[in-house]
Design a protein around this ligand. Sequence first.
Ligand code: ASP
Length: 333
Amino acid sequence: MKKILLIGTGGTIASQVTEDGLAPELTSEQLLAHIPAISQICQVESLQLLNLDSTNIAPAHWLRMVRCIRDHYNAYDGFVLTHGTDTMAYTAAALSYLIQNSPKPIVLTGAQKPIGFDVTDSKANLTDAFRVASSDMPGVSLVFNGKVILGTRAQKIRSKSFEAFSSINYPFLGVLRDGVLLPYIRQDCRDRPCFSDQLDTSVALLKLIPGTDQALLDYLLERNDALIIESFGVGGLPDYEGADFCGSVCRWTEKGKLVVLTTQVQNEGSDLGVYHVGHRLKDVPGVLEAFDMTTEAVTAKLMWIMGKMRTQTEIQRLFYTPVAHDILWPAEE
Ligand code: ASP
């Protein structure tokens, strides 16, 4: 029987009703007490790393999760992390960059309703996560509502109902039906994982609206080394009376800052070259394009790359190098 480590970090799954709303209070031991039949699937040991609503999860917590998995890596066959759903996709992406090529499954899960509620998705999600962690599906994944999603491709798409996550621009790795895991895709892995323990968090995100004040862009680029801009459609920057986003981006990138253009449209990604509003940015040094990557993956990838490299050329090369199938186009085309 496989030996799995359950690492509790909080979230709705571990929450209880308080006077001020739901708050994560249950320990990972207490979560396990709700699914006694798990002993027929695997042998579980547990530890409590954090107990936070995932709104409060920050990059420093991702590094703590990585350290915890690295410290226990040899002693277990797989890992389950319980986590709040709100930022779980960011954590799944971050762990995918910080722990690469893991031959052992590292599975994130959570729930939309606390484990103590009569109607809850907690027990099914947690049990499914242990099934995947006990399987031979390597690498970082997110298990939710019967779907196994690649860590770099997950995105929260519903704020209340059980089908809370989608796999963006990539198929599900597998599904779970009536307690049986049906694996569709197996991630690549090597004999040993590669752990990183550094992140540079000087990254900001600007979501454009029609008429965005250009001063916002300058403000964010003054204070950060990299700015992700979620623009419209396949991508581009506005250029209207009194504003020249393009000129501003060029000035900042000349000073060594990085700008990643992405889209606020959930599926199919960016393609800057299509329209004049984007085409003029295509070959500007320091301006990158997200293509089919999620904003969550772009955020975590930039922090991971900038934690180890500084020059625009090095960062650009690594940004377009696929990690855990985070980007398929144009690199793998
Ligand atoms: N606010 C909660 C969290 O992200 C929501 C959840 O877990 O579903 O921690």
